[in-house]
Design a protein around this ligand. Structure first.
Ligand code: DC
Length: 225
């Protein structure tokens, strides 16, 4: 078997990393791994076990349970937590508000990083997150770092929510995005940073077609080397 290929995609929240990763994985028939979903699944586990309630976190109990927290993805890309499909639960507000607290625990990160590395042993993968090109796979074959301005991301999110019939203010979304950027890039453990050898893609003024054509040309160039 040829050596599995690793494509690492990092970047700010809401920059379209996961759409990009999904598109690439489907095109090349690689496995897509959404590492944010893994941190979300651990958060759901902590909530369901009663370890995370409001501002209280029973950290030791969660750390002790880490070897039993089995996370994987089914063929539709849905997240499975100990065999149960939790895809819709991990996208809800309760998990979204708790996840940054869980993602800063070094023991949780190290357990997730181990699982992420194992996933690449038998498959070529496209993995997206915050620390993939820096910590998980510093030797990834292709590294992309995706950004777009906070204002553009807020506008896109507003359009998505409005299309779903939700009423939210643009300023509220912008504030939330700015806060998340700050938390992701200023935390002590594995903060979001661009790996020196990552290719930066600022898609603030790019259409999806332009973005797809750019990333395809980057990946094609690598695969033909
Ligand atoms: O990408 P997302 O919004 O689903 O990520 C959820 C949370 O997990 C967010 O707080 C960032 C964090 N995360 C992380 O710390 N490291 C990763 N590799 C992926 C996500």
């Amino acid at each position: 078997m040829n050596k599995p290929i690793i494509i690492a995609i990092d970047g700010v929240s809401g920059s379209g990393k996961s759409t990009m990763a999904r598109t690439l994985a489907a095109k090349y028939n690689f496995m897509y791994v959404d590492t944010g979903a893994m941190y979300r699944a651990v958060t759901l586990y902590a909530i369901e076990k009663g370890y995370l309630t409001g501002d209280t976190l029973l950290k030791k109990q969660l750390i002790d349970d880490l070897p039993d927290i089995d996370i994987c993805f089914d063929s539709d890309g849905h997240t499975l937590l100990c065999g149960i499909d939790v895809e819709s639960k991990i996208r809800g507000m309760e998990v979204s508000s708790g996840v940054s607290k869980i993602a800063t625990i070094p023991e949780v990160r190290s357990a997730m990083v181990d699982q992420q590395r194992k996933m690449s042993h038998s498959h070529s993968v496209v993995m997206d997150g915050r620390d993939i090109g820096t910590t998980v796979f510093p030797n990834a074959d292709v590294k992309l770092y995706v950004t777009s301005s906070a204002e553009v991301r807020a506008r896109r999110r507003l359009d998505e929510l409005t299309a779903k019939g939700e009423k939210v203010e643009y300023d509220t979304i912008l504030k939330n995005i700015t806060e998340r950027d700050y938390i992701d890039s200023s935390r002590e453990v594995s903060p979001l940073t661009k790996a020196p050898d990552a290719i930066e893609i600022d898609n603030s003024h790019m259409s999806i077609e332009e973005q797809n054509s750019l990333i395809n040309s980057i990946v094609e160039k690598h695969l033909s080397m």
